[in-house]
Design a protein around this ligand. Structure first.
Ligand code: PHB
Length: 466
């Protein structure tokens, strides 16, 4: 457990804790980073506002690229290989006919149907088994649920400016772990009982999702947000029914897009394009089934297997990228840094790829700092440089798939027929099918070289009893 640090006498109503890496957000990105840091012996704390149960009951996309599966397996999380389902292809359906894209045959890579919830459960179970969750946690990493960040502290000043080491040099930190704790970046957070705490760290990571608190602490003058709004959304349902198709089917129809995805032998995940402000409760089950059936109907007589609708929700579409992803000693990862629309299921894959690079860069930064006693924040910029290419490729892919498959409100007959022509050109050319398959299965191992110094690091806890 982390030792509380003694207090600035003027502010001694708060116990200040000190750690090396503070991670805000305990979704898959935050927990994977926690797991990797634990493996490297780097002390850290994860603060997650929601409870574990709440996250487990949030349905998110279910497709993992081969490199994401590799990341999980290499991290010792191999349930995906047993309980996940390898898919070697997908179908694009238009004009009422299926056109299979042989992912494995075209690229040598498959994807795995393994919902985000399962990735989260695997990581949470592993962190728990490693002693990180529970009463106080252990040295080397803690995960705290129900921990809401109320304020980001930038080190030295209560707000504004970069979360950096402040006026204090790291060498001074080595002299006295306590002195200067309040010159470090950190957060104020409130626990599930409403008690306020202060946590200070060397590095602060925002893995706190698309509504990130940490992202908003990037000064506006330096922050650039590149974003795109879409005039449609997805109506998603979980249904109790047998499978309607063995692989995913992305359907473009004159009534709009629909996606057939799977979950288990008894439960399926289906989506259909809707208005962004659609009220999911305004639809009866019969209306939902009628809408889905008419979108997938075709001369082949295909029909979906029907059953009770157990859950329903509307998924908003948005593409966005924030740059830079580092400000001082604060770094953003996953949805906090970029969001993609759900078409192509890139969001979780991007988040996992970010974290692999971030872990490598943090290790390097900490090792260098340990050696020179001088912060070398340029090393931290390698993170943004190395993840950017994948992020933008995924942005292109998701936006392209979305616009090709969805009908646009007020779309002209010309535009609708042009989209079908694009789908036909793509699926009838091997080069076209391969282009789609390469994007869908991802772009191989995490792009970009490793940070220049691979290293492990030992860490210290600033502590002094009260
Ligand atoms: C899902 O199964 O939830 C899913 C699959 C593929 C997508 C989006 C969502 O492109």
């Amino acid at each position: 457990m982390l030792d509380p640090v003694a207090l600035n006498p003027l502010e001694d109503w708060l116990t200040v804790e000190r750690t090396v890496v503070a991670i805000v957000g305990g979704g898959p990105a935050g927990l994977l980073l926690s797991h990797l840091l634990h493996g490297s012996g780097i002390e850290h704390v994860v603060l997650e506002a929601r409870s574990r149960e709440e996250i487990e009951h949030t349905h998110r996309a279910g497709i993992l690229e081969a490199s994401s599966v590799q990341t999980l397996v290499e991290a010792g999380l191999d349930r995906v290989l047993r309980d996940g389902e390898r898919h070697d292809g997908i179908a694009l359906r238009f004009d009422g006919e299926d056109h299979r894209i042989d992912l494995a045959g075209l690229t040598g890579r498959s994807v795995w149907l393994y919902p985000q919830t399962d990735v989260f459960v695997d990581l949470a179970n592993r962190r728990e088994a490693d002693g990180a969750i529970g009463d106080g946690g252990v040295d080397g990493g803690e995960v705290r649920w129900g921990a809401t960040v109320t304020r980001v502290l930038d080190g030295g000043a209560p707000s504004g400016g970069a979360p950096h080491g402040g006026a204090l040099q790291d060498s001074a930190l080595q002299d006295s772990a306590l002195r200067g704790t309040r010159d470090l970046p950190g957060v104020l957070w409130t626990d599930a009982q409403g008690v306020e705490h202060e946590l200070r760290c060397d590095l602060l990571v925002g893995a706190d999702g698309s509504r990130s608190t940490l992202r908003h602490t990037l000064p506006e003058a330096q922050r650039r947000t590149f974003s795109h709004e879409y005039p449609y959304a997805w109506f998603g349902v979980i249904v109790e029914a047998p499978r309607s198709a063995p692989e995913l089917v992305y359907t473009a129809s004159e009534h709009g897009f629909a996606l057939i995805s799977q979950r288990t032998e008894t439960h399926q995940r289906l989506y259909f394009q809707c208005e962004p402000d659609e009220d999911p409760d305004g639809w009866s089950d019969d209306q939902i089934w009628a809408e889905l059936q008419r979108r997938v109907a075709g001369p082949d007589g295909f029909r979906l297997e029907e059953g009770p609708i157990e859950e329903r929700s509307v998924l908003r579409f948005r593409s966005s990228v924030v740059e830079p992803v580092r400000h001082g000693r604060m770094l953003l990862a996953g949805d906090a840094a970029h969001t993609v629309p759900p078409t192509g299921a890139k969001g979780l894959n991007l988040a996992l790829a970010d974290v692999v690079v971030l872990h490598d860069v943090l290790e390097t930064w900490l090792a260098r700092r340990g050696g020179t006693l001088r912060p070398d924040d340029d090393v931290l910029d390698e993170y943004g440089r190395r993840v950017s290419e994948r992020v933008w490729r995924a942005q292109h892919f998701s936006a392209w798939m979305s616009s090709m498959l969805h009908s646009h409100p007020g779309e002209t007959g010309f535009a609708a027929r042009r989209r079908v022509a694009e789908l036909r050109t793509l699926t009838s050319s091997e080069a076209g099918r391969r282009f789609l398959a390469e994007g869908y299965t991802g772009w191989g191992p995490v792009l970009g070289g490793p940070a220049t110094t691979a290293a492990t690091t030992s860490t210290t806890t600033a502590s002094r009893g009260r």
